[in-house]
Write a protein that binds this ligand. Structure first.
Ligand SMILES: NC(=O)c1ccc[n+]([C@@H]2O[C@H](COP(=O)([O-])OP(=O)(O)OC[C@H]3O[C@@H](n4cnc5c(N)ncnc54)[C@H](O)[C@@H]3O)[C@@H](O)[C@H]2O)c1
Ligand SMILES: N[C@H](C(=O)O)[C@H](O)COP(=O)(O)O
Length: 337
């Protein structure tokens, strides 16, 4: 149990975020969900509910202390300064200011302790870029906000956590052609250290078992299919093993995700985005949660995107968002595993 609410940022209003909110709120008692409030334009939310023919009681509130008492009877909404048009499936760069305001205020509430954690609904990158937003995703933006707030250097680490796999990409939202250049010993070492620490501190694993992939086919086949494993990855793993970390690798990525292999580790560290995320989403698209490690606050998110193709139709599944709410609450309560 947590004694403070979760902050939910609204994501892209043209996506499926609003309907996930409505559905999760409607199941709050059955699922025993923690209290949450969304940072959004209340008139827009009402318009989307009306458009979809969904009867969701909503209540505007003006501060976080009102969430707990409101949640039993209505979805608490903290109004944004920005207004949104209701246009499911049609993202607008004019919405960028409000989307970013929602994230900023969720982060501020999580840092101040008014909220126990931040759960972000999906954003689409293209309309934000068009409006001048300079970050490839939440992960990088949250790292920058954390640096600004703490004055300390922050490396945010993306982890996709599902029922049978936790997977971490070392390089995140960059073109595949840029991966070999971006993959440095320092980045790899820091990513492993942050993952290992957060799995102990935030997920209660006393000595996380870490499996690290190679980057080349067959983990380089003894240097015949690439040298990054020999020159870069293996030396980092050797040094961390000397410190007592439980690390296997570099492993061929194609054979480290089958069921028996997964039983041998608690987290897979992968060299690039799709190596980690294809495995996580293929295994459990509906249940996997995107968690940002390395931050001075807790942030989770569903593993899927804005799904513009189905926004407003009512067929979106809320499972991953519900899993993100539950994981955020468990992390805040110190009971995540
Ligand atoms: N956390 C985030 O903010 C986040 C995560 C992933 C992708 N994105 C962004 O979302 C946008 C769209 O990305 P995409 O199309 O690659 O992925 P997507 O996850 O939005 O959609 C992929 C497919 O899965 C379906 N789908 C997604 N979520 C679903 C749900 N809850 N229920 C039922 N079906 C669902 C969609 O209809 C689509 O067919 C991109 O701009 C991407 O950057 C954001
Ligand atoms: N790579 C993520 C995914 O596909 O799930 C997605 O882009 C979200 O990333 P952020 O949490 O950084 O927005």
């Amino acid at each position: 149990m947590i004694d403070r609410p979760l902050a939910v940022s609204c994501g892209d209003p043209a996506g499926i975020g609003p309907e996930l909110l409505f559905r999760a709120f409607g199941r709050r008692e059955a699922l025993g969900l923690p209290a949450f409030a969304v940072l959004c334009d209340p008139d827009f939310l009402q318009a989307r509910a009306d458009r979809m023919g969904v009867d969701v009681p909503m209540q505007r509130i003006d501060d976080w202390t009102k969430v707990e008492t409101t949640f039993a009877r209505a979805l608490p909404v903290l109004p944004l300064k920005a207004r949104f048009d209701d246009c499911p499936g049609e993202p607008l760069s004019a919405h960028a200011t409000g989307i970013v305001e929602s994230i900023d205020r969720g982060v501020a509430a999580s840092l101040s302790g008014e909220a126990a954690a931040l759960v972000t609904l999906p954003i689409a990158k293209a309309p934000l870029y068009e409006a001048g937003f300079a970050f490839p995703g939440h992960t990088e933006y949250l790292g920058a906000l954390a640096e600004r707030a703490t004055g300390a250097q922050v490396q945010p680490v993306m982890m996709l956590a599902g029922p049978s796999l936790r997977a971490v990409p070392v390089t995140i939202h960059i073109p595949l052609s840029a991966v070999p250049g971006a993959l440095t010993a320092e980045l790899l070492e820091q990513t492993i250290r942050i993952t290992e620490r957060d799995l102990r501190v935030r997920f209660g694993l006393s000595r996380p078992r870490i499996a690290v992939s190679g980057i080349n086919p067959h983990a380089g086949e003894s240097g015949k299919m690439g040298h990054e494993e020999i020159d870069l990855i293996a030396p980092v793993l050797h040094a961390l093993r000397q410190e007592g970390l439980d690390i296997a690798g570099p492993l061929p990525a194609d054979t480290m995700f089958h069921e028996r292999a997964r039983a041998g580790y608690d987290v897979a560290i992968c060299m690039y985005h799709d190596q980690a995320l294809i495995a996580a989403k293929a295994l459990a698209f509906d249940e996997t949660v995107n968690v940002t490690l390395g931050l001075p606050f807790i942030r989770t998110s569903p593993d899927h995107g804005t799904a513009f193709d189905i926004a407003g139709t009512g067929i979106a599944r809320e499972d991953s968002f519900v899993a993100a709410l539950i994981m955020a609450a468990e992390m805040a309560a110190g009971s995540a595993s």
